[in-house]
Design a protein. Structure first.
Length: 558
C-alpha cells in the first residue's frame, strides 16, 4: 500500500528524466510529432504483447536494466525513508478497513528488507489524439524479505503480535504524465495507480503462537490487508503527484454512474454450524470502503435464504471495476465465518438493461481452484451511466426520466409528481397493479408415489401479502398440464416476490416437490413474459409460466 506508493515516488524521478531526455532531443514542435508517432507505433502493445515480440534476453534492456540498476542503488535509502512514511500513511488506512472483531491495528516493526523490486515489462497505452498526456504501464515483481509486525487488539482485550511473512507480489502499475508542457521536465504532474494485481501472496504468523488457533482472526486480518491494497492504490483509484504548480483536478477519480443491485436469494449454502443451519447474511461492495459497503439482513437457520433487498453503488470506471459479494454465517459475538464469495465484472453489464445472474460462491477470489460446492446467489443488476437519463429507464429509481418504465405509470402526472418529490429512497416507491399468472404445465417432475407417478398441484403466493391460490390436482402425471390463470392485486410490485410451490397430493398428506421464487422486475419492464423455470428442490423438474402485468398507478408512500 504505502510501500508501493513510496516506491513509485522514488522511481518517478528516473522515469521523468527519461521522458524529459526524449523531449529535448529536438525542438518542441518536432518532438510533439515524433512523440505522436512513437505512441501510435506502440499504442496497442501491452506488457504481455511486447514479450511475444521481444525475447526475455533482449527485453527492453535500455529501459528495464537501467531502472532496475538505479533502484538497487537507491533501495537502502528508499527503505529507510519509506518505512516511517508507510507507518504514518498506512495505519489510518488499516484502521479504515479494520474488521469489527478487532479494536486496533498498529505497526510495531516495519522495514522493507534488503531485496529491491524488479521491473519486468513496460508498454505505452493508446491515447486519443489531443489528450495531451503519455500513459505508461510498468510491470513490477517483488519477492521481498521485509520485517513487518502488526500489533492487533481484539474486542475482548487480547493483544497479539502478528508477523507478515513470505510476501510475493506481481502487478502492473499505470503512470500518466499530464499535461505535456514546454518546460522541464516536460510534464506538469504524474498520476500513478496499480492497474492490475496479478499475484499477491503473504502469510500471517502470531509471534510465539499459531494464528490458526484463533478462529476468524486470520481470515479477517488477511481480508483487511487485501481490501486496503485493493482500494488504496488499485485502479481506478489514482495518486497524483504535482511536479509543476497547477490545477490537476481532471486527473482525480470521478463517478461515472450508479450500479443498482437487488440481492434476491441464495440456494444450497454450505452449512457452517454443527447444530442447526447457518444464519447467512451478505456483504456487497464495488469499493471496499466502509461507507460504501452494504450489508443485508441476517436470515436465521436457513441454507436457502430469500433477502429481496435493494442496494445502490457508485461506479468510477465501468471497464475495470467489479461488484463483490461475500456471504457469511453470523456467529453472534464471535467472528462471522465466510461461506463463500463471488464477483461480477461491470463491463459485462449492458447499460440500462436489467441482468439476472446466478453466481457460484468460491472460497477465495484470488485462488481459482475450489472444488467444494458452497452454494449460489441470485442478483439483479442494472448499470446506469450519468448523462443518459433520457435514453433508458431505471425501474428502481423513479427520479430518472425513464422512457421504458413509463409503462408502469398510469399517466405522466404520476411521473411528474415523483420527480417533484426529490426523494431517492427506493423503499418508499410504490408500484401498484394486477399480476396475472398462468400456470401452463410442468415437465419431468420426480416420482413421489410407489407406482412411479405423482399427483402434482401448484400453490401460488405473494411473499409480502401472503395471499395464496392453488391449481387443481392432476392425478398420476409427471408432466401435468394445468393452463389455469390467477390474478393478484399487487400493492408494492418493486419489492414483492412471487413464490410457486409444487406439491404432490396424497390421501395421507402432501409432499413438497420444490419451488420457484422470483421478483417482479422483468414482468414490470416487459409487461408480458413466458418462460420455463427450473424447480428448486427437484433435479429435473421445470415449470412453464406466463406472466402479465397490468399497471394501475405508481405513487410515493409518505
Amino acid at each position: 500500500m504505502g510501500f508501493f506508493g513510496s516506491l513509485i515516488i522514488g522511481i518517478l524521478i528516473g522515469v521523468g528524466l527519461i521522458v524529459a531526455f526524449a523531449r529535448y532531443q529536438s525542438n518542441r514542435a518536432r518532438h510533439r510529432s515524433d512523440l505522436a508517432k512513437t505512441i501510435a507505433a506502440f499504442a496497442r502493445m501491452t506488457v504481455e504483447d511486447s514479450r511475444k515480440i521481444l525475447s526475455p534476453k533482449y527485453y527492453p534492456p535500455w529501459v528495464l536494466n537501467w531502472l532496475n540498476t538505479q533502484l538497487e542503488k537507491i533501495w537502502p535509502y528508499v527503505n529507510e525513508a519509506a518505512s516511517e512514511l508507510i507507518r504514518s500513511n498506512v495505519e489510518p488506512i488499516l484502521e479504515q478497513y479494520r474488521p469489527v472483531v478487532l479494536s486496533a491495528i498498529k505497526f510495531s516493526k516495519l522495514t522493507l528488507g534488503t531485496v529491491a523490486p524488479k521491473f519486468t515489462g513496460i508498454s505505452i497505452v493508446e491515447e486519443e489524439s489531443g489528450t495531451g498526456r503519455v500513459t505508461m504501464e510498468i510491470e513490477m515483481q517483488w519477492d521481498g524479505n521485509p520485517n513487518i509486525v502488526l500489533d492487533i487488539k481484539t474486542r475482548v482485550g487480547v493483544s497479539l503480535p502478528i508477523q507478515v511473512k513470505n510476501i510475493g507480489f506481481t502487478g502492473v502499475f499505470r503512470l500518466i504524465f499530464k499535461p505535456l508542457v514546454g518546460e522541464f521536465p516536460g510534464f506538469g504532474a504524474v498520476c500513478y495507480s496499480l492497474r492490475e494485481k496479478k499475484d499477491l501472496d503473504f502469510t500471517l504468523k502470531v509471534i510465539g503462537g499459531d494464528i490458526s488457533s484463533l478462529p476468524g482472526i486470520s481470515d479477517a486480518l488477511e481480508e483487511t490487508i487485501r481490501d486496503a491494497i485493493e482500494d488504496s492504490i488499485t485502479w481506478p483509484v489514482r495518486k497524483i503527484i504535482p511536479i509543476i504548480p497547477g490545477d490537476y483536478s481532471d486527473l482525480e477519480l470521478k463517478p461515472v454512474g450508479t450500479l443498482e443491485v437487488k440481492l434476491v436469494q441464495a440456494k444450497d449454502l454450505m452449512n457452517k454450524d454443527l447444530i442447526g443451519k447457518s444464519d447467512p447474511y451478505a456483504v456487497l461492495f464495488v469499493r471496499p470502503l466502509r461507507d460504501r459497503t452494504q450489508t443485508s439482513k441476517t436470515i436465521n437457520n436457513q441454507l436457502n435464504p430469500v433477502w429481496n433487498e435493494h442496494f445502490e453503488f457508485i461506479v468510477e470506471d465501468v471497464s475495470t471495476q467489479h461488484l463483490t459479494i461475500r456471504v457469511f454465517d453470523d456467529e453472534g459475538l464471535q467472528a462471522s465465518q465466510l461461506i463463500g464469495c463471488a464477483q461480477v465484472q461491470l463491463k459485462d453489464l449492458e447499460p440500462g438493461k436489467v441482468k439476472d445472474v446466478w453466481l457460484k460462491l468460491v472460497k477465495d477470489l484470488e485462488v481459482h481452484r475450489d472444488n467444494k460446492y458452497r452454494g449460489e446467489v441470485q442478483l439483479e443488476l442494472l448499470y446506469c451511466p450519468y448523462g443518459v437519463e433520457n435514453i433508458f429507464k431505471n425501474p428502481f429509481d423513479p427520479d430518472y426520466s425513464l422512457t421504458t418504465f413509463e409503462k408502469v405509470l398510469k399517466n405522466e402526472e404520476d411521473a411528474n409528481e415523483l420527480r417533484r418529490s426529490g426523494s431517492k429512497r427506493k423503499s418508499n416507491v410504490i408500484v401498484r397493479g394486477v399480476l396475472s399468472v398462468t400456470v401452463i404445465s410442468a415437465e419431468d417432475l420426480p416420482s413421489m408415489d410407489l407406482i412411479g407417478k405423482s399427483d402434482p398441484y401448484v400453490v401460488l403466493r405473494l411473499k409480502k401479502t401472503g395471499k395464496k391460490l392453488k391449481t387443481r390436482v392432476v392425478n398420476e402425471s409427471l408432466n401435468p398440464v394445468w393452463n389455469q390463470t390467477f390474478d393478484f392485486v399487487v400493492e408494492d410490485a418493486l419489492h414483492d416476490m412471487l413464490v410457486l410451490e409444487v406439491w404432490d397430493h396424497d390421501i395421507f398428506g402432501k409432499n413438497k416437490i420444490g419451488r420457484v421464487i422470483m421478483t417482479l422486475t422483468k414482468v414490470l419492464l416487459e409487461r408480458e413474459v413466458q418462460e420455463t423455470f427450473p424447480i428448486d428442490g427437484s433435479e429435473t423438474g421445470k415449470l412453464n409460466l406466463h406472466l402479465k402485468w397490468t399497471p394501475q398507478h405508481m405513487y410515493r408512500n409518505s
